[in-house]
Design a protein around this ligand. Structure first.
Ligand SMILES: Cc1cc2nc3c(=O)[nH]c(=O)nc-3n(C[C@H](O)[C@H](O)[C@H](O)COP(=O)(O)O)c2cc1C
Length: 214
């Protein structure tokens, strides 16, 4: 089947994109509300796009009538936020944070998650999260009813048991972040396998790279 995105309704584009670009990691984004409490919301239009500079991106839709979500309003005002990764242990609490509620609501408290002050930004990080990234807003690209937020990671917290003894490599049997599939379907990466380039392809690659200007 073919779908012409120039004429397709936005809701159909959403259904197709989020059904086929899967799995999408989930950022539980925490920000500081104007009145000082913690705000939390999950975002699956999310990923990391570079390490130099260390940039991650969120796609945040507006609410009806042009009202921005609390997350967008907060990170515009403070210029800061934290991305907390989500695993099975906090999946149920992440969903609570995804409920559309008034700006006065502290979703971390509501969900029973523990807020720890971040080190470099004015937002809480979630104690139960296996990994949290403190970010400063680098750029916001505004479209009607949507903000694409580029954040620069300035600090990363990783739960000790997720890393090997040298603190270098992730332990995939421990760190198993939840990811979103279509609609209300999720997946956990508990069937991981390795895929390596053949010796022949590695040799071809080495030859090509050696020929590049130094
Ligand atoms: C798993 C999951 C992923 C979500 N991803 C997004 C997203 O990428 N962008 C978005 O605008 N809303 C997303 N939502 C909906 C928001 O989390 C929801 O609208 C939330 O109430 C916003 O809260 P806030 O007003 O405190 O920012 C997602 C919800 C869930 C449960």
């Amino acid at each position: 089947m073919e779908f012409d995105f120039r004429t397709l309704q936005a809701s159909d584009r959403y259904r197709l994109l989020t059904s086929f670009v899967v799995p999408r990691p989930i950022a539980l984004v925490t920000t500081r509300a104007l009145s000082g409490h913690d705000n939390a919301a999950p975002m699956s239009f999310f990923n990391v796009f570079a390490q130099e500079p260390p940039i991650l991106i969120l796609g945040i839709q507006g609410r009806s009538g042009g009202v921005e979500k609390d997350t967008t309003a907060n990170l515009r005002r403070t210029g800061e936020f934290v991305v907390n990764m989500v695993d099975a242990g906090i999946a149920d609490r992440m969903i609570i944070c995804g409920t559309s509620l008034a700006p006065e609501v502290d979703e971390l408290k509501l969900a029973g998650l523990t807020a720890i002050p971040a080190l470099q930004v004015d937002a809480a990080r979630v104690a139960e999260s296996p990994c949290a990234m403190e970010c400063r807003v680098e750029q916001i690209i505004d479209y009607p009813g949507r903000a694409i937020v580029l954040g620069r990671v300035v600090q990363m917290h990783v739960r000790d048991d997720c890393l090997d003894a040298a603190g270098r490599y992730v332990l995939p049997e421990v760190y198993q972040p939840l990811a979103r599939l279509h609609a209300d379907n999720y997946i956990i990466p508990d069937r991981q396998f390795q895929l390596k380039k053949s010796a022949e392809m590695l040799a071809a690659e080495a030859e090509f790279l050696a020929g590049l200007p130094k």
